[in-house]
Design a protein around this ligand. Structure first.
Ligand SMILES: [Zn+2]
Ligand SMILES: [Zn+2]
Length: 348
């Protein structure tokens, strides 16, 4: 049987990306949960760097769509076949839904599923009053976890996944280059777990935020060659075992591969589409490993992040720099594109 709150309206507000740099707030039908799905009444959504790329047209969508994927809210309708879920239950949405049928999914590698449904990219996203999702992709959030911490769980799960994509262990020293939301959250998690973390960032306010939470600044200056020399030296001296490229630019990816210490791992977390360069001789002779890290494993990483927040080991909401209403989404994306905000939250 399908259960729902008494709904007095049939239309909802939603934010469509009509074309690059054009968000339109539209009234559309409230979606209905199908078998195995729940409907979530959304209250907060994070603005992600990938939303900004989509908004600016760096990544083109097939058709106008409701964008956004970092959603938090409450279950307001439960579809057929869903058991043990409650109306009014606070939930955070896991927005990457692997097919669970392809050879990658069947070998436990759902992160690289090519049939994956991605909310806000190829499926209706979270910048709306309601969304429907498979019940197991709406994670129950205990009452001890604040709304602000809950809405930052998705990027926190990306950071979590990247840290454990490397072999670095608590007590080791790692380097994080690029302090956007993911870099900051990665630094926060690693520091909380007892790693020593060197942080590199050109934006002064983000670097300051990272040092306030215990990161050790290691920002090189000068031209590329000088930066490589400085980073190589400071990473070598500090015995860095893994370098996390979170800036997502071809320049930093090349910088990192040229500067990584002997025997270290380079974890690619940033998503640059541009060509980066590396010297095969250095990589091979110095035994450097390049490790890719993309999104998070279902059904593990969200569960682990929820537990780490509940146990008060981490407190990811520190990255929130501003909150704005849904009607101002276009403005929020323009502000996010400037790069000074660590995380903008949209309130519905
Ligand atoms: Zn995101
Ligand atoms: Zn698949």
């Amino acid at each position: 049987m399908c259960v729902e709150f008494e709904i007095k309206k049939f239309k909802m507000k939603s934010a469509y990306l009509i074309e690059p740099k054009n968000i339109r707030i539209k009234e559309v039908e409230i979606p209905e949960p199908k078998f195995g799905e729940v409907r979530v009444k959304i209250s907060k959504i994070g603005v992600c760097g990938s939303d900004v790329h989509i908004y600016l047209g760096h990544r083109l969508l097939e058709k106008p769509i409701i964008i956004g994927h970092e959603g938090f809210g409450i279950i307001d309708k439960i579809g057929e076949g869903v058991e043990n879920r409650n109306l009014g239950e606070r939930v955070v949405i896991e927005p990457n839904i692997p097919c669970r049928n392809c050879k990658y999914c069947l070998s436990g590698r759902g992160t690289i599923c090519s049939n994956k449904k991605v909310l806000g990219v190829n499926q209706a996203g979270c910048f709306a009053e309601f969304i429907v999702v498979p019940a197991d992709f709406a994670w129950s959030v205990p009452n001890e976890i604040s709304d602000e911490n809950a809405v930052t769980i998705e990027p926190m799960a990306v950071a979590y996944h990247s840290l454990f994509s490397s072999n670095a262990k608590p007590g080791d020293t790692i380097a994080v280059i690029g302090l956007g939301a993911i870099g900051l959250l990665l630094a926060h998690l690693a520091i909380a777990l007892g790693y020593k973390v060197l942080v590199t960032e050109i934006n002064e306010s983000k670097l300051k935020l990272a040092t306030q939470i215990g990161g050790i600044p290691a920002s090189p200056t000068g031209n590329e060659e000088e930066q490589i020399l400085q980073l190589s030296k400071i990473w070598e001296e500090n015995d860095v075992v893994a370098v996390f490229e979170c800036a997502g630019s071809a320049f930093t990816a090349s910088l990192v591969t040229a500067s990584a210490p002997r025997g270290s791992e380079i974890v690619l977390v940033g998503l640059s589409e541009k060509l980066a360069t590396f010297r095969p001789l250095k990589i091979a002779r110095e035994g450097i490993t390049i490790v890719p890290s993309i999104i998070y494993d279902h059904p593990f990483d969200f569960k682990r992040v929820l537990q780490l927040i509940q146990s008060k080991v981490i407190n990811p909401s520190f990255i929130i720099s501003r909150e704005m209403p849904l009607e101002d989404l276009q403005n929020a994306l323009e502000i996010a594109a400037k790069g000074d905000d660590s995380k903008i939250i949209i309130n519905v």
